[in-house]
Design a protein around this ligand. Structure first.
Ligand code: FAD
Length: 431
């Protein structure tokens, strides 16, 4: 029987290849970024600022803005400055000046000033601001990369629809379940169960909470609340949510399920915590609600020793160092990755000109890119391993039952300077 791809008169191998190319769309790009989240868009924007084109492939049909808000510390703001979007984003979010910690059962509370810049941004604002600053056509939505094959240089990417995309340089910014990390031979990220409801509440006449981030710990719940603007707050409630056990029901935007989930959380909180907290959850915007059922992380020893480069293929952001929400640094660390990687590639590109014809020039560019990626991995390794360790230990401390484990965790965190937010002071330099 004739193969469906072989038409009469196309029996030679070159004709067959042409036909395959014709049948399955094939294209080639210098730099391809898989994933259009914080890291992917920041990398594309950083490269664009250095005059280097790239193509972002994002599997969702729209930019994924679920997750509500994200706390960006001073290290993240330094990167946003370098990307040229800090001023615009500052207009969207107030400064947070202190952490207000309350331990309800112990009837204890503390106020810790935040001395450097910290703001909770709407993820939507962050992603859309980055997206509108990269050239039109640089982001392709609805493009799910399902497999990656080796190629020299770079890699070949395929989609379920049969598209073939050749990338001379491939950057995996595809989050904790990264297909690029898998191609590099990294073990899958680990997950730990942690259930919380997140969302926004609007106060049309202004909220009374000032500029403090509240962390309220009760017997069976933990509430976080951050002001975004004078009329908008973002919050999370960590507690057991029975309907989250059937988590397939809890998609963001599925407002019917979200209203039911919100109702069950309100019932849990009623009588257990101040009325203003219950009202905040009760009055939240159902469209903004979203439930997290597990948190992904890459263990610190993997981040410290894994191989993050194969030729001109690498990873950044959660694909490299998923660290959950424990120290609120995953997003800012992803921004740092983007800057350092773009800077390294730009230096390599600057040094690769001058070949006498296309072929040697391209080889120089590829060798330069591989070296640049090696430099990026070296520069980031210690920083992200340290952050991963810190996040991991905070997670262990929350789960710890024995006093010895708790003391060991607290000892490590004291050494790392977690309480004083030492990790936020990092400056990854200029683009
Ligand atoms: C509950 C929670 C709260 C957090 N709070 C904070 C905080 O306050 N501050 C902070 O700095 N960090 C925080 N983090 C961490 C932060 O959200 C992440 O570190 C950050 O979003 C990582 O960005 P990323 O672009 O690397 O990955 P992601 O945001 O996961 O983006 C990956 C993108 O790749 C796309 N993708 C995946 N696979 C493919 C594929 N095969 N083909 C094409 N596209 C693909 C996805 O659709 C997605 O858009 C929090 C995390 C959690 C879970």
């Amino acid at each position: 029987m004739r193969h469906p791809l072989i038409r009469p008169g196309t029996s030679s191998s070159s004709n067959l290849l042409d036909l395959i190319k014709e049948t399955y769309m094939e294209e080639s790009h210098d730099i391809v970024i898989v994933g259009g989240g914080i890291c992917g868009l920041a990398t594309a924007l950083a490269l664009h600022r250095k005059g280097i084109a790239s193509l972002v492939l994002e599997k969702s049909e729209t930019l994924r803005v679920d997750g509500g808000s994200i706390g960006v510390h001073v290290n993240g703001w330094r990167v946003l400055e370098q990307l040229g979007i800090a001023a615009e984003l500052r207009e969207t979010a107030n400064l947070v000046t202190a952490f207000h910690d309350v331990w309800q059962e112990e009837e204890k509370s503390t106020l810790t000033p935040v001395r450097k810049e910290l703001r909770w941004l709407k993820r939507k604002d962050l992603l859309e601001t980055m997206a509108k600053n990269v050239p039109a056509g640089a982001i392709r939505l609805g493009c799910h990369i399902t497999a990656i094959h080796p190629s020299d240089p770079g890699a070949v990417l395929t989609t379920p629809g049969g598209s073939i995309i050749r990338a001379k340089v491939l950057i995996g910014c595809d989050g904790s379940n990264s297909v690029v990390a898998k191609y590099l031979g990294l073990s899958p990220a680990k997950s730990t169960p942690r259930t919380f409801l997140r969302g926004f509440t609007r106060y049309p006449h202004g909220h009374p909470f000032g500029d403090h981030f509240l962390r309220l710990r009760g017997k069976r719940f933990f509430v976080g609340r951050s002001p975004i603007t004078d009329t908008l707050v973002s919050f999370f409630v960590a507690c057991h949510i029975p309907s989250a056990d059937a988590c397939h029901l809890l998609h963001a935007g599925d407002t019917r399920d979200m209203r039911a989930t919100r109702h069950s959380v309100v019932q849990k909180l009623e009588g257990q915590c101040p009325a203003e907290i219950v009202e905040m959850v009760q009055n939240s915007d159902p469209e903004s609600l979203n439930v997290v059922t597990k948190v992904w992380y890459r263990p610190p020893w993997q981040v410290a020793f894994a191989s993050f480069r194969k030729g001109t293929v690498t990873v950044a952001g959660d694909a490299m160092h998923a660290m959950g929400s424990y120290i609120g640094q995953g997003g800012s660390a992803a921004l740092e990755d983007a800057l350092v990687l773009a800077r390294s590639l730009a230096r390599a590109a600057a040094g690769s000109g001058g070949g006498r014809d296309d072929e040697p020039c391209e080889r120089t560019m590829i060798v330069g890119a591989a070296t640049a990626i090696g430099g990026y991995v070296r520069e980031r390794r210690l920083r992200v391993a340290r952050l991963s360790l810190e996040a991991f230990v905070v997670g262990e401390l929350l789960r710890a039952k024995s006093l010895a484990t708790k003391l060991a965790c607290l000892g490590i965190l004291a050494l790392l300077g977690t309480k004083a937010l030492g990790h936020t002071n990092y400056d990854c330099g200029r683009l």
